[in-house]
Design a protein around this ligand. Sequence first.
Ligand SMILES: [Zn+2]
Length: 219
Amino acid sequence: MQSRVDRQLRALALAKACAACGARVRTIGHLTGLPPREALRLLFPDRMAVPRGRSPDSPEWYHGANLLHRAEASIVVALYRRLRDADFPAGEALVGAYRHYLGICQPPHRISFDRAFDLAAHTDGLWLTDTRSFSLVTCPTCHSEFLAAFGSVARSNDHCPFCKLVQRYGTDPRVQGAFPVQPLAAPSAEQLGMLILLQRSFGSSTGQAGTSSTSESQT
Ligand SMILES: [Zn+2]
């Protein structure tokens, strides 16, 4: 069992990680149990930098959100679910999932940390609410996981944001920008040319790189 000091240290480390992800004081309080006054004092000494604005309300928002928002919301919650299934505590799973999401999706990121928190809360019935409003379901066509109303079963891909993204990809520049084609690692003509030059210079008696031999030939 964790000692009191261990619990306190864990809460502070989690609070710091949440603040670095842009969390509001209220969200940090829910995730760590840190009193708002304490969170403000420790994490936001510059009060001007405190994230403000209305807190998200995802059960309403998600079903009316545009395709890219729904896709990114589903990615965040699917990453969170994987970490929860691997027995990470909920707070750490959320921070880990959010960082991973920032790493794999292109900016601008459509899902704020507070939104991710709200989505996870309403998926698991945690922190803010006992009511579960979302289920993570698997699309029968593309096998991606996406958020749907709680208790839904995906019998078709009608509500799968990822299938819709694929359908729209060829004609919608916003979708192309959000999910750009990743080129395969192939050396360019310049890189290949440089390799040949290097091999030649190493093979030559001088052992010097191209610049000096070029200047010698010019003089
Ligand atoms: Zn699909």
